[in-house]
Write a new protein. Structure first.
Length: 655
């Protein structure tokens, strides 16, 4: 069974002339021990609610996962393995969720799969506490992770595993491919950590010095791990490229095809006589996971049916949430809250408007699982009924600690697991720490909600280290990420509602520290907020258009009044989400941004982004330097965010 993995890995990499054969060949027995003896899954239904989750964090060894999926009976035919790393195949270079049946998360950026898995294990623990009843463990599964040296070198592994230990995620089992080799050679010269002691310090159960080429030894370690009251790290000593007589144990087998001569030597060494991409019938039979998987799911379904008979409300709620469907009363609640914002006309910081939105929506969204990277009192992501998650306490709000990257990657794991709608917060300037996790959320098209407050030089006295200048524009460069920067309570409410409704990708919600003026709107204008950009103020025969977002919308409105007094009628366009606006049809976009009318954009950030809207003849009021330490009003005046400067810019475009 192990040699089938080795053969498929080396043959697929050789055919593609690209890939990483060393890890699959080195972890083959570990895979046999886990997948053949412990891993609860049903190849016919890879979305079964109570399946175990398996994450290949060292995703460069993707052929290991593809071999396992094919051999165990998933819908991944041999032709897909032959097309490894080719255009439109189901076997891309690194595993991608929703591309290959049975893949739980997209991995490749090392360490993130491990952090995703921590989020998955946390979801399992919280859902079990919420839905299980005496005699009915309808949520009870493990999360298994394969990691290599590279995953454990990445700082995110420290962030995520430290928190996993604190929370005692006992159903998280990590198998470490301890082969001492990375791309540059033997890791002892740059990675000499005492890894077992490191994880013991996190509060993990550690099983060290396991023979990774002994199925029995790995099996015994997994059996022991399942009895632990904390997460487990199983350190498996392996030889990279095991079976390649001239290359095993060296960096040469890490990331390149073995070559025809070495592959022939592998076949001879292993006694593997089958042709490339051919598997003997008895090996297929040994690997076939469909009968056992069908029985496991049938047993679970019988238990769930009995659970549903006794607890119909809880059963329906669990199924709704795992399907990612919003409750039936969500739209009515959302509409009522928007109407309430319009009625109250509050001038408050949008971070507070965000908290008000969370408070309102949480009443109908029990799946909300919020949190903050040690800034709850500043980000305002808690609500009246929120309960902090603790080691021995289920809840719906996570204190992630100062772990922005792990928070974001864990949120992705939570979203992928199902059952919760995660949101987590930090200051906008620290989005840099978690940027790759945001990118992965966008790539995977999952519903993670990233809350970023203190969004500009309006942060004030904390100075340029904390003042976001380039961040909003840089986030807008990530494909499939919707970014919202609302200007008041109503836009904040709509931003939250649209982010919750969106099923095809993540959103960022970007809020101010300082109070922002409430803006009056018609019902038609309120409805148009969801289109990302709309006409907030218009004038007959407008001679110019001022485009603004967030805190600068108030400045744009003041400037419009000043220009009107000078006899210059202008239109003000509020554009809380350029991403959403850009998806509108051409007719609507032309209706809002009338062709041939000069434009000026105003945003407290870098200017280059706005050229796509104002053109070469337009103007941008922004900031292309870092900030300063001073009270916010002094900073806005210092950097030219004034009515006088906006008026002058408009008049220049008309000259």
């Amino acid at each position: 069974m192990a040699n089938a993995i080795r053969a498929l890995a080396m043959d697929a990499v050789q055919k593609a002339n690209s890939g990483h054969p060393g890890m699959p060949m080195g972890m083959a027995e570990i895979a046999v021990a886990l997948w053949a003896k412990h891993y609860r899954h049903n190849p016919v239904d890879p979305h079964w609610i109570d399946r175990d989750r398996f994450v290949l964090s060292n995703g460069h060894g993707s052929m290991l996962h593809y071999a396992l999926l094919h051999l165990s009976g998933h819908d991944l035919p041999m032709d897909e393995l032959r097309n490894f790393r080719q255009l439109h195949s189901k076997t891309p270079g690194h595993p991608e969720v929703e591309v290959t049946p049975g893949i739980e998360t997209t991995t490749g950026p090392l360490g993130q799969g491990l952090a995703n898995a921590v989020g998955m294990a946390l979801s399992e623990k919280l859902l079990a506490a919420e839905f299980n009843r005496p005699g009915f463990d309808v949520v009870s599964h493990h999360t298994y992770v394969f990691v290599g040296d590279g995953c454990l070198m990445e700082g995110i592994s420290h962030e995520a595993c430290s928190l996993a230990g604190v929370l005692r995620l006992s159903k998280l089992i990590v198998l470490y491919d301890d082969n001492g080799i990375s791309i540059d050679g033997k890791v002892e010269s740059w990675f000499a950590d005492d890894t077992p002691k490191r994880f013991e310090a996190y509060g993990w159960n550690v099983i060290a010095d396991v023979d990774g080429h002994s199925v029995a030894a790995v099996d015994a370690a997994i059996v022991a791990a399942k009895t632990a009251d904390r997460p487990t790290l199983i350190c498996c000593k392996t030889v990279i490229g095991k079976g390649a007589p001239n290359l095993e144990g060296s960096d040469k087998v890490h990331g390149a095809a073995l070559g025809e001569k070495e592959i022939a030597a592998v076949r001879e060494t292993l006694g593997w006589t089958s042709a490339p991409f051919e598997i003997p019938a008895d090996v297929y039979a040994a690997w076939d996971g469909k009968p056992a998987g069908a029985q496991r799911q049938a047993d679970w379904q019988a238990s769930f049916d009995a659970y549903r008979a006794q607890y119909p409300q809880q059963a329906a709620e669990l199924q709704r949430r795992m399907a990612g469907e919003l409750p039936g009363n969500f739209d009515a609640t959302a509409d009522a809250f928007i109407a309430d914002c319009m009625a109250k006309q509050e001038t408050i910081a949008t971070r507070k408007a965000s908290q008000n939105s969370i408070q309102a929506l949480a009443q109908v969204l029990p799946e909300f699982l919020g949190g903050s990277a040690d800034l709850t009192g500043s980000n305002l992501t808690n609500w009246k009924e929120s309960v902090a998650v603790r080691r021995d306490q289920a809840g719906n709000h996570i204190n992630y600690g100062v772990r922005e990257f792990a928070m974001s990657a864990m949120m992705n794991g939570i979203a992928l697991h199902g059952g919760y709608l995660p949101f987590g917060a930090t200051f906008l300037t620290f989005s840099d720490y978690s940027r790759n996790a945001l990118r992965m959320a966008a790539l995977m098209k999952i519903r993670s909600l990233f809350v970023f407050t203190h969004d500009s030089i309006g942060l004030g006295e904390d100075g340029p280290t904390h003042q976001s200048v380039e961040h909003v524009s840089s986030l807008r460069l990530i494909p499939n990420l919707d970014n919202w920067r609302p200007c008041d309570t109503t836009e904040s409410a709509v931003a939250w509602i649209e982010a919750v409704r969106r099923k095809t990708g993540p959103s960022t919600l970007i809020f101010s520290r300082q109070n922002l003026q409430f803006q009056q709107r018609s019902a038609e204008q309120v409805a148009a907020i969801a289109r990302g950009g709309y006409v907030l103020h218009d004038a007959p025969h407008a001679r110019a258009i001022i485009i603004a977002t967030g805190s600068e919308v108030e400045l744009a409105m003041q400037s419009a009044r000043a220009l009107a007094a000078r006899g210059v009628p202008v239109r003000v366009v509020s554009m809380p989400s350029t991403d959403v606006f850009d998806r509108q049809d051409a007719a609507y976009r032309a209706e809002v941004l009338t062709r041939g009318v000069p434009r000026v954009a105003v945003e407290a950030g870098v200017t280059a982004f706005w050229c796509k809207y104002v053109g070469l003849d337009g103007a941008v009021i922004g900031i292309d330097t870092f900030g300063e330490s001073a009270p916010a009003p002094a900073l806005f005046a210092h950097f030219g965010f004034t009515v006088e400067k906006v008026v002058a810019a408009v008049e220049r475009t008309l000259a």
